[in-house]
Write a protein that binds this ligand. Structure first.
Ligand SMILES: N[C@@H](CCC[C@H](N)C(=O)O)C(=O)O
Length: 364
């Protein structure tokens, strides 16, 4: 389903200009609040020191349908046009940066945009940039705290759908994408899901990076990590970005992820001295040899509803610890991902959704 409605964006005084944009949203079945409000006018505004956005949304159906390219091509100075996407609730502001290898906004501005009270609200800002070394595109991302990670699994699925949208591509398509984690290849499937070749996991302790000693060759597998006086069993895996995966504590107690006090324990893993580049942490419950359930505390973003690189890393950890087979469904708070760590090429393949939420503009 595609819905288009006029969106009027009013800049706060003293810039009392008005812009009208077409608002596109797909898959609104999962977004009752948007559908619910389509018949009326709703005002919302976001303010912060250097970022001001106020908008009156969705006043009419199909009143003025602009193409996505036209919307993003508008080049009023000081205004950032973006498209909001999410992958299982892990949400991102996508910026069309195809004309430059410099991100259109600075890290501090990304922090303000990502703010859920004073900004647009997102787990990160993603830039679609020109490719390098023969790749189709480059993807860069800023976390909601402004730091720059090497890779983002849910983000790269959103990136693929964003490219298809702005390049007006229909059906099955794959792209080569240069990231901080090397070459990543997402392929949009006929059903709209995105299957991503996430490359090979990195297991050497020093490269993850972790200061924990390798205990299985150079890898850290089911090793002891003391966090706040409690001994946890952890496996460390990098998918370009660092992950610490735990299935429970050393006393043999398996995790019940719903019972975890994530906001208390998460930051203690993230900033642990054993992780010189900080870490993402996945807390995992094994439901069967092909079914896992996880909650995540992300480096630079906190508790999120999903983490694609995390889901890949935890399947690697589960296999290395002998807990599951190589093909698993991973239940994340925002929904399931299908993950396979293939023996033939040592690559990990992730399949899941990516959905457009809305088009918007922000005054920088
Ligand atoms: N949510 C992402 C990971 C984003 C980067 C992460 N916060 C980091 O700093 O490494 C995913 O889906 O992989």
């Amino acid at each position: 389903m595609e819905i288009a409605a006029t969106r009027t964006l009013t800049l706060s005084p003293p810039q009392s200009r008005q812009f009208s944009h077409t608002f596109f949203s797909k898959n609104l079945g999962s977004l009752p609040s948007l559908r619910f409000n389509l018949s009326g006018r709703r005002n919302f505004s976001f303010k912060s020191t250097n970022l001001r956005v106020s908008a009156t949304s969705m006043s009419a159906f199909a009143a003025q349908k602009l193409s996505p390219e036209t919307f993003l091509d508008k080049k009023e100075s000081g205004i950032l046009h973006f498209v909001k996407y999410h992958g299982l609730g892990n949400d991102f502001i996508l910026v069309d940066n195809r004309d430059s290898s410099e991100p259109k906004i600075a890290q501090e501005q990304a922090v303000k945009l990502c703010d859920r009270n004073f900004g647009v609200g997102a787990d990160g800002v993603i830039f679609a940039m020109p490719g390098v070394n023969g790749t189709d595109y480059t993807m860069r991302i800023f976390n909601s705290d402004g730091s720059e990670p090497e890779m983002c699994g849910n983000g790269v699925r959103c990136f693929a759908r964003f490219i298809a949208e702005i390049e007006n591509l229909q059906g099955k398509h794959s792209f080569t994408i240069h990231t901080g984690a090397g070459l990543i290849i997402p392929e949009i499937q006929d059903d709209g899901q995105v299957k991503v070749d996430m490359g090979e996991p990195i297991l050497r302790a020093e490269d993850v990076p972790t200061r924990l000693q390798g205990n299985k060759g150079e890898s850290v597998v089911a090793a002891e990590l003391v966090v706040d006086g409690v001994s946890w069993n952890v496996t460390c895996v990098s998918m370009g970005n660092p992950h610490c995966i735990t299935f429970g504590t050393k006393d043999g107690q398996d995790l019940r992820v719903d019972e975890l006090k994530l906001s208390e324990i998460g930051p203690k893993f993230e900033h642990h001295e054993m992780f010189p580049a900080r870490t993402n942490t996945e807390f995992v419950e094994v439901l069967s040899r092909s079914h896992l359930k996880m909650r995540v505390w992300e480096r630079g973003a906190g508790a999120t509803l999903a983490c694609g690189t995390g889901a890949c890393a935890l399947v690697v950890a589960a296999v290395l610890e002998g807990r599951t087979d190589r093909k698993c469904t991973v239940d994340l708070p925002g929904g399931p991902l299908e993950i396979e760590w293939k023996e033939e090429d040592n690559h990990i393949y992730m399949t899941g959704p990516a959905d457009l939420v809305f088009y918007g503009s922000a005054l920088l």
